[in-house]
Design a protein around this ligand. Structure first.
Ligand SMILES: Cc1cc2nc3c(=O)[nH]c(=O)nc-3n(C[C@H](O)[C@H](O)[C@H](O)COP(=O)(O)O)c2cc1C
Length: 186
């Protein structure tokens, strides 16, 4: 087996153990690890190489506690994460900024997993912080993000304090995969 094939198999093996991890050890993440994760994000593909994304790394405990209120539900655990990355994008730079930002957020999530960290995506775009404020407005005000910059998601990370079973191969939705014509079994 050549090196490339081995690498491909290893990547799939790593993906099989990926889960969203929401509980973290009380232990900071080394700066070099955060650097690698952000480097991976900056290597993300983007439409026409417009690179509309921007990233804000939050390590300040007080800000993380405030970020845990950025959604009505689904963000409470941010207060116990040592790091959260706010994934943003400038819609002026690309009409497909949502796709570009989503790819970058996914790469952050995967690179964190590859480095032995637990991580979870928290949706902010199209979500509410409370009845008065959208999640985007809440995070923008808290972190002084300029009005034109859209806030897509938060990705938390930390040393995992929970372990989850791998997704079972028999549960994969192969019936959603078609060959040559919609509805034709792959
Ligand atoms: C677009 C997107 C938005 C998500 N938003 C949240 C969220 O706001 N809060 C949360 O706890 N998890 C969130 N998740 C994580 C999903 O709940 C998780 O991926 C899903 O339950 C499958 O679990 P797994 O990642 O462990 O396979 C989000 C994931 C994606 C891809």
């Amino acid at each position: 087996m050549d090196e490339i094939t081995k690498g491909e198999i290893n990547m799939l093996e790593k993906l099989k153990s990926r889960r969203s991890i929401r509980k973290y050890e009380e232990k900071p993440i080394e700066k070099e690890k955060i650097d690698s994760i952000i480097e991976a994000a900056l290597l993300s593909p983007s439409s026409k190489k417009n690179q509309p994304w921007e990233f804000l790394v939050v390590t300040d405990q007080e800000l993380l506690t405030k970020l845990s209120l950025s959604k009505e539900a689904g963000s409470a655990f941010v207060k116990d994460a040592p790091v959260a990355v706010v994934v943003m994008a400038d819609p002026e730079k690309s009409d497909v900024w949502i796709e570009d930002a989503s790819i970058a957020a996914t790469i952050i999530h995967l690179q964190a997993h590859w480095m032995g960290l637990g991580s979870c995506w928290i949706q902010l775009r199209n979500r509410q912080s409370d009845k008065m404020k959208t999640s985007e407005e809440y995070v923008r005000d808290l972190l002084e993000i300029p009005a034109g910059i859209r806030v897509e998601a938060l990705v938390t990370m930390g040393y995992p304090a929970e372990s989850k079973p791998h997704h079972k191969e028999e549960n994969l939705l192969w019936e959603k995969v078609f060959l040559n014509q919609y509805g034709k079994k792959y």
